[in-house]
Write a protein that binds this ligand. Structure first.
Ligand code: FAD
Length: 177
């Protein structure tokens, strides 16, 4: 995985797509794989008759603040919300889960990795899961596995790594004073 924006090399894309626009498997721009800034550039460049469905030219200020709350999510909004859900699931996972709970979590993570709408993100996450099997034997095991998985994405996107020893404070108990 690299930034979703780099997953389809710019030189492999038809000239009409601005840098950073990731194509879906249907060859059309994939909104949930592309940052809002690139999507806005696409909407700006597209001739009216080819306009990307649902897109309008947006101001530079609007681009900086991301997609409006009532518009389809870009790769970042979707990612942020998804990590919130995943870490919150980990936070409410039992310290000593039953066999059924462990099996449910494994199924969930497996299905999640197949259904995630950003396909380049999903494929890379499946690759991570193949290398690092999900640890579901306790809340602590799962939260640390998830933290490492999130850090794997952080590294590839050039974001700072999160200190996993502080996972509990960030996602379960709140920060210590
Ligand atoms: P996010 O990375 O969304 O993190 C949200 C918050 O979680 C942070 O503010 C921080 O408080 C906390 N946090 C950060 N790291 C950790 C950690 N390791 N453990 C616990 N908490 C942490 N985007 C792409 O462009 N390309 C991809 O290939 C890609 N793959 C993704 C795969 C998955 C499974 C998911 C869920 C998202 C993916 N994304 C991808 C989106 C990307 O990870 C970010 O969500 C997005 O760039 C927004 O980043 P952010 O800086 O707002 O913080």
């Amino acid at each position: 995985l690299s930034a979703a924006s780099e997953s389809v090399a710019a030189d492999q894309q038809p000239k009409k797509f601005p840098k950073g626009v990731v194509l879906g498997k249907d060859g059309k721009p994939c909104r949930s794989c592309t940052s809002f800034a690139s999507w806005a550039a696409l909407a700006k460049e597209a001739p009216k008759k080819d306009a990307v469905a649902g897109s309008r030219a947006v101001s530079t200020t609007a681009v900086a603040s991301g997609p409006p709350a009532d518009c389809p999510p870009d790769v970042e909004t979707l990612g942020r919300s998804t990590w919130t859900l995943l870490h919150s699931i980990a936070a409410s996972y039992p310290e000593t889960p039953s066999r059924t709970q462990q099996s449910d979590l494994l199924s969930f993570v497996g299905l999640f990795s197949k259904l995630y709408p950003c396909w380049v993100c999903a494929e890379d996450f499946q690759g991570y899961m193949a290398r690092q099997k999900p640890q579901v034997s306790s809340r602590d095991e799962f939260s640390q596995w998830l933290c490492r998985a999130h850090n794997d994405v952080n590294r590839k996107l050039g974001k700072p790594e999160f200190d996993c020893s502080r996972w509990d404070e960030r996602w379960r108990t709140g920060w210590k004073d």
